[in-house]
Design a protein around this ligand. Structure first.
Ligand SMILES: Cc1cc2nc3c(=O)[nH]c(=O)nc-3n(C[C@H](O)[C@H](O)[C@H](O)COP(=O)(O)OP(=O)(O)OC[C@H]3O[C@@H](n4cnc5c(N)ncnc54)[C@H](O)[C@@H]3O)c2cc1C
Length: 392
């Protein structure tokens, strides 16, 4: 892969909206990505392997639980800092950002918000330091967009719960030490449970042959009469709203992350367009290429403003699920379109691993589907503005 020459676009001076701490957090992550992630990511993605070698560094830049209080090992940062870390990580690779998103928003967030003190003390510091990796099991073979239909269930056996069922498409599951999973009790109510590797009847087979998020490991969670200790129940919140609130936090991070991928594609294409000559001129001098680049920076700028504003609302505790859906949907679609256009600007070189664009493009095909598909987020906006549900 070519050296990482990334220069962040900031056409409307969005930097001026950030605090000194935000800029420090962002620049620290950016430098870490340039030094540690960029040089190795293409090889790992080509080999379809998760770079475990990056785990300690991710913990050091605060990517595991950025907003979790320091007393539990987190970085104690605000929501904009969290977003900026996700932006910079996904600028490097969506798969690495996914690992950080799952660990922070889908494992640490529910333990922090729904767990008791003993659970917080037991799990959060180890997850923050990267000593333990976690995963989040909601999706099932027959229930993706409609997780409320889940079939995984647990039974109260007096001194423990007996868990049965299966989850699929679970990021990090084959390497996870713990899984925060969602299952129905005998009354059909959804609860969160912490399942630990080593529990009898619990297995995590890897999902192979992915063309997307190749540097992120994906797998299943199989529960075959797993005895889960009663102290592993997350008691703070039940019902479908409990996992959906975790998804709010992750989707918020994704909206920043997709922005990072788009910025990287744009920056790469802009540099290439100025250097590559055809018919005696740099291709960036032709109107057709300028149209592509001008539209890219326009869309990136709009998304930067949308995302920053969402961050302010999130810091104030005012961001709604529907606002988060809008940003996730808009930014991922924007990034996908930019990746496709940027790829064309590089001609044949665009399909090689010498540049990051094709990898971003393939990664974003997962990002547009997971954490609520493009369609589902549109239906959430539709429901929010009309008050009428088009889901069923
Ligand atoms: C790489 C990767 C990692 C993932 N990681 C995780 C993870 O860590 N944990 C986890 O729990 N899940 C994870 N997922 C699962 C992901 O969240 C689901 O794939 C997603 O929710 C969509 O579910 P589905 O694939 O079953 O698609 P389906 O729900 O079957 O949808 C198929 C199509 O139908 C459309 N559709 C569905 N319902 C409607 C409707 N009512 N109206 C109109 N159109 C509709 C969808 O938009 C989509 O286009 C991951 C997925 C991928 C690809």
């Amino acid at each position: 892969m070519k050296p990482d020459l990334f220069q962040a676009p900031d056409y409307y001076g969005v930097d001026d909206l950030l605090s000194e701490e935000h800029k420090l957090v962002r620049d620290t992550t950016r430098e870490w990505v340039k030094k540690n992630l960029s040089p190795i990511i293409e090889d790992y993605a080509q080999q379809s392997k998760f770079p475990e070698v990056l785990v300690n560094g991710l913990a050091e830049v605060g990517a595991f639980g950025p907003y979790i209080p320091e007393e539990y090992g987190g970085a104690g940062l605000d929501q904009i800092s969290y977003g900026l870390i996700m932006q910079e990580l996904e600028r490097g690779d969506s798969g690495i950002r996914s690992t950080a998103s799952v660990q922070s928003s889908l494992v640490m967030w529910p333990i922090f918000n729904y767990g008791n003190e003993a659970q917080k003390k037991k799990y959060l510091p180890k997850l923050a330091s990267g000593e333990w990796i976690g995963c989040f099991g909601l999706t099932e073979p027959n229930h993706g967009s409609n997780p409320g239909g889940m079939e995984t269930k647990f039974k109260d056996m007096g001194d423990h719960y007996l868990l049965n069922g299966a989850k699929m498409w679970i990021s990090n599951s084959p390497i996870a030490n713990i899984a925060v999973i969602w299952a129905k009790n005998e009354e059909g109510r959804i609860h969160g449970l912490i399942v630990e590797r080593g529990m009898e009847g619990f297995s995590t087979p890897e999902t192979h042959n992915k063309w997307s998020l190749r540097a992120s490991i994906t797998g299943e969670l199989i529960f075959d009469n797993v005895k889960v200790p009663k102290e592993n129940l997350l008691e703070g919140k039940t019902g479908l709203g409990a996992p959906l609130k975790c998804l709010d936090s992750a989707r918020y991070g994704i909206s920043w992350g997709a922005l990072g991928a788009a910025m990287d594609c744009y920056d790469t294409a802009l540099r290439y367009a100025k250097e590559r000559t055809q018919f005696g001129k740099p291709i960036g001098q032709y109107q057709l290429q300028q149209k592509k680049l001008a539209e890219m920076i326009t869309e990136i700028t709009k998304a930067q403003l949308l995302t920053w504003r969402l961050g302010v609302l999130k810091n104030e505790g005012k961001a709604t699920s529907a606002q988060i859906s809008m940003a996730k949907r808009n930014n991922v679609e924007m990034a996908l379109k930019i990746a496709r256009e940027a790829r064309q600007i590089l001609g044949a070189m665009g399909i090689t691993g010498d540049y990051s664009i094709m990898r971003h493009s393939m990664n974003l095909e997962s990002v547009v589907t997971y954490e609520g598909t493009h369609d589902i987020h549109l239906l959430i906006t539709g429901l929010d503005i009309t008050g009428l549900s088009a889901f069923k």
